[in-house]
Design a protein around this ligand. Sequence first.
Ligand code: HEC
Ligand code: HEC
Ligand code: HEC
Ligand code: HEC
Ligand code: HEC
Length: 257
Amino acid sequence: MANFFPRWTNSLPLKIVACIAVVGGGVSAGVTYYFTPKYTRVGYEPSQPVPYDHQLHVGQLGMDCRYCHSFVEVSGHANVPTSETCWNCHRHVKTTSPKLEPIRRSIDPTFEKYDGKPVEWVRVHKTPDYAYFNHSAHLNRGISCVSCHGKINEMPVVRQDQPQSMGWCLDCHRAPEKNLRPLDEVFNLNWKPSDENRGDFHDYVAGKVGKDRANTLVPMAGEDAKKDLTQKEIGGALKDVWKIHPPTPNNCAGCHR
Ligand code: HEC
Ligand code: HEC
Ligand code: HEC
Ligand code: HEC
Ligand code: HEC
């Protein structure tokens, strides 16, 4: 992080210069404040109009994130479900629960308090408008929800698990191999590197970059070959195979467009 300042002066977009001018003298203090993971909304856990429980629906009932957050892998923005999604089940299950009244109010014309208005969920995570963030660009590159939102499948109430500050984005962008995983495990929040089979993974890598390179990235001989796969091996190989290059501080415009 120490090399921030020299680079800034080279490639500052105008908008950001203006932004810094406004912040003025506070900048040097601000740099440490904003650009370290300690600047934090971690733990923010607003109460919601309906006590919807991810631990129950995902952890116990086994629902996939995409059942409700249906646009997350195809669009920049993740969506929160409409009452109709809940109503698919709750027109049959727990129909008279007082906890579900706000859902019925918005979707069930037979309910005496029906008004047809959408439920107003309280937003937990929010990136400021001047920073560009895209969900699908991350999910389709092997970054799981769990890297950015924590173990949602174990949360009765959603809380912010990671700082989501600029310093936090950059920590991963500098070393994405620590978080890359096979694409079919992106929605599996319980996945571990040791779940992968070494031989199968090696074959996948060899299919993309050839046998010689694959043997270096994912050894199939010697002591290492007997061990469980590690994040270092998996992440390192995928970074190579997919040619991962996220925007870093020498590309401010990658995130400030
Ligand atoms: C049955 C529907 C449903 C499923 C399945 C579901 N969610 Fe949600 N999710 C919601 C609703 C409703 C909210 C808004 C209320 C809240 O925050 O609890 C929400 C909120 C969230 C938020 C916070 C959004 C914000 O405001 O910042 C995150 C993050 C999230 N879900 C991630 C996940 C992940 C990851 C999975 C899969 C492991 C998942 N959800 C599965 C319904 C669902
Ligand atoms: C796939 C079916 C399914 C979907 C979709 C679903 N739920 Fe549920 N929900 C259940 C089941 C099953 C239970 C547990 C019922 C029980 O405890 O016997 C439950 C329980 C609940 C409860 C607790 C009710 C009580 O009185 O204890 C709430 C609140 C709730 N769900 C809200 C929601 C919301 C909000 C959505 C939409 C974002 C949603 N559910 C979507 C199946 C579903
Ligand atoms: C690389 C980090 C990252 C990953 C991976 C990620 N998210 Fe997010 N998520 C964010 C950020 C940052 C925001 C705030 C975005 C904004 O304000 O535009 C957010 C916001 C959300 C929201 C709130 C959107 C809204 O408009 O209310 C939901 C829901 C959500 N994420 C669900 C998910 C689900 C489900 C997954 C996995 C399938 C996932 N996210 C994976 C970083 C991530
Ligand atoms: C856990 C790791 C991780 C975190 C955290 C993360 N990213 Fe990324 N980001 C990646 C990876 C991997 C890519 C894909 C790079 C590629 O395709 O070469 C990427 C790509 C991007 C891109 C380029 C793709 C596009 O959408 O145009 C942008 C912009 C970006 N990230 C912004 C952000 C922002 C803003 C944050 C913080 C709010 C963030 N990222 C947090 C790993 C991460
Ligand atoms: C990986 C994406 C990413 C890159 C690259 C990036 N930023 Fe940021 N930046 C962000 C995000 C996200 C925020 C908002 C952080 C928050 O909400 O706390 C931010 C916030 C800022 C702010 C704080 C504004 C304020 O006071 O709230 C400034 C100034 C800034 N960036 C300048 C820069 C400069 C200069 C560069 C190039 C050296 C750069 N950024 C590169 C993602 C990025």
